[in-house]
Every structure is written in C-alpha cells, then in structure tokens.
Ligand binder design. Structure first.
Ligand SMILES: C[S@@+](CC[C@H](N)C(=O)[O-])C[C@H]1O[C@@H](n2cnc3c(N)ncnc32)[C@H](O)[C@@H]1O
Length: 258
C-alpha cells in the first residue's frame, strides 16, 4: 500500500490541482455568500496544492487557513503563497480533516472542493465540521453526484471500489438540511473544470510517469487506475459530476429533532 501511495502522489504532485474545479466556479459560489471581509476567516479543507486557496485570497479580503494531510501539497502551496505575495493572508497547516483542532466558531466560512468524500460520508463531514463555523456562517463544498437516474454499472462499480459515497443531488440537499444547514444554492461544475484544469494536465502527468516507470508493473497499475477514471468521464460525462453546494449554518436547527 505504501508503494501505491508513493506512486499516486508522484502523479498528483505533478499537476496544478488535485481534483476537478475552476476559478469561475469558485467565484460563482463565493458570489452566493455575503462578501468576506478582512476580519473574517475561511477554512479551506483538503486544499491540495491550493489552486482554489489562491483564488479565494484573490477574490475575498478574508484570512484563510488551508489544511491538507499531504506535506508535499502544502509545501507547493507555500511556494505559491510566496509567489503571489499572500503570506499575510494565508496560513497553511498539515492536518487531518477527521481531527480539526480549532475551537468552536473559529471560521466565517468553510470551503472544501472535492475533498469531503475523504471523510467517508458527505453527511459526516457536514455534521463534524459544523461546530467550526460561527453561528450563521457558510459552508461551501463541491461533491460528486449522480446527475441522472440509473448510473451505468461500470461507473457505479468504479466509484464503489474507490469508497466514494455517490448519491443524487436531491439526497445531498436532504443531508444538508438534516445536518443543520440551509441550502443557499447549488450548481454543477462545468466540463472545463474536468478537462482543461484537471484531466488534460493529469493525462500529461500520466504520460511522463509511464515513461519513467515503463518497467514497473506496480507503477503502471497505479497509472491505469487514473487513466480509467479519465476514460469513464470521457464516456459518461452526463451521468456524474461535481456539484457545488453553498450552505448557511441554520441556527434554528436542533440535532435532536433532525
Ligand atoms: C481531490 S483532492 C482536492 C484538492 C483541492 N481541493 C483541489 O480541488 O484541487 C483531495 C485532497 O484531500 C487531501 N486529503 C486526503 N486525506 C485527507 C485528510 N485526512 N485530511 C486532510 N486532507 C486530506 C489530499 O491530500 C488532497 O489534496
């Protein structure tokens, strides 16, 4: 398994973002929130090498704390922070999203692009991170959803094997309300966020990786897994996608009656 992760990170450290996304969608979600001003704080969970972190700093005036469990991604983000002269605005932390040791009410907004799946359950992420928001604070996540009924078995099997809990948008909306939030709005990430920003650089990274490890079957198997992911999106783009959910912490909610 250790070998798997070492190859996996070699592939994903070589690309500008570690999941589908785009600046326009980050900004679109931000426009659904009241402006985040200089005294306010955003927590960016599973920030990766921080493309959306830098975008958030560009479009808001808030202070940002960006957390990821993988040191090399955080190191890359630190370089970008220096390059953009954002040292006074963004603080980075290597940490585990399952154990975020910040006091209750520390943040005005929580941001999580493409990473809530890791906490193993959209609802679990919403429930456990809620305490970190100040009353009335906002949560923005992008999460994989079925966009049509009856997903193709090939796609379903792939995501199940990956441990991803994929459901339809309506089920996510119900989970949002059940876990103490009001839905402000949602929208589907456009295809540009998958291709131009993610799968095109990933395919280039895979080509370099395969050339370097041409004689190593274990390495080639890791590359094949990523290639398969690209292939199923190419084949079935209308069946699944990332949906941005913009939520506001609901102060009338009572966990006991949810
Ligand atoms: C799909 S990537 C998304 C990265 C980034 N938000 C983006 O959209 O480019 C998921 C990120 O979650 C991080 N991650 C995985 N497990 C984690 C954990 N337990 N705690 C914090 N981050 C974690 C990975 O290192 C990776 O950077």
């Amino acid at each position: 398994m250790e070998k798997f992760w070492s190859y996996f990170y070699e592939i994903y450290e070589d690309i500008p973002r570690q999941g589908p996304g785009d600046r326009e969608s980050t900004e679109r979600a931000l426009r659904m929130l009241p402006p985040l001003t200089s005294g306010q704080r955003i927590l960016d969970i599973g920030c990766g090498s921080g493309t959306q972190t830098i975008d958030l700093a560009g479009v808001t005036a808030a202070q940002i704390v960006a957390v990821d469990s993988h040191q090399a991604f955080v190191t890359e983000l630190v370089k970008r922070i220096v390059d953009h002269g954002l040292g006074s605005r963004i603080q980075t932390k290597v940490g585990d999203m399952n154990d975020l040791v910040f006091p209750d009410g520390s943040f005005d907004a929580i941001w999580c692009e493409g990473a809530i799946v890791i906490i193993t359950g959209f609802a679990k992420g919403l429930a456990s991170w809620r305490r970190l928001l100040r009353p009335g604070g906002h949560m923005v996540v992008s999460e994989l959803c079925w966009l049509r009924d009856a997903p193709p078995p090939e796609v379903k099997t792939f995501f199940e094997a990956e441990g991803a809990d994929v459901t339809d948008v309506y089920s996510r909306q119900k989970a949002i309300v059940a876990n103490g939030y009001r839905l402000v709005g949602d929208f589907v990430l456009p295809a540009v966020g998958w291709w131009d920003n993610y799968y095109v650089p990933l395919a280039e990274s895979l080509a370099r990786f395969k050339a370097k490890h041409a004689d190593d079957p274990d390495a080639l198997a890791v590359a094949q897994r990523s290639q398969f992911e690209i292939d199923i999106y190419r084949k079935y783009p209308e069946h699944f996608g990332y949906v941005f959910f913009v939520m506001k912490r609901d102060e009338t909610w009572c966990a006991a009656h949810a």
